[in-house]
Ligand binder design. Structure first.
Ligand code: FES
Ligand code: FES
Length: 151
């Protein structure tokens, strides 16, 4: 099937198998390795990207499910909110092993795109689809709150 899709602002036309997963398309076909493999079952959130302004787990999205002319934002994108959150994650030491970090940053970006004024409870709820074994979440929440101040 032919897909027409804009990824990180770049318009792409490709012939792909309908059952190719978005995660594999990004990592293997486009070389965008920043999106991570985790559970491969839609449970851990490590593979999260923003598809048409919604956070999705790319390991369970098939290319055939993506509408024509969709847009995808990944961790490699140049979106200003995304870049600000990445900076704050570094500043606050919000990553340890890094397995969840891409997913967390993408979930936080999606959250602040939708509402830059989210409160603590809404931040926790917005990030709850991404699992972190390492940080205890506090530094992650602090990084997101600090990013909010600069929006
Ligand atoms: S790898 Fe996709 S949700 Fe875990
Ligand atoms: S930093 Fe290791 S899982 Fe979150």
């Amino acid at each position: 099937m032919i897909i027409r899709i804009t990824i990180n602002g770049r318009f792409i036309v490709r012939d792909v198998p309908p059952n190719r997963r978005l995660l594999d398309f990004l990592r293997e076909d486009l070389g965008l390795k920043g999106t991570k493999y985790g559970c491969d079952q839609g449970e851990c959130g490590a593979c999260s990207v923003i598809l048409n302004d919604k956070i999705v787990t790319s390991c369970i999205i098939l290319m055939a499910q993506i509408p024509l002319n969709s847009t995808v934002l990944t961790i490699e994108g140049t979106d200003s909110v995304l870049q600000l959150i990445q900076e704050k994650f570094k500043e606050f030491g919000a990553a340890q092993c890094g397995a969840c970090t891409t997913g967390m940053i993408m979930a936080a970006t999606s959250l602040l795109h939708l509402n830059p004024n989210v409160n603590q409870e809404e931040i926790e709820e917005g990030l709850c689809g991404v699992l972190c074994r390492c940080t205890g979440y506090t530094k992650i929440y602090d990084a997101v709150k600090e990013a909010q101040k600069q929006l």
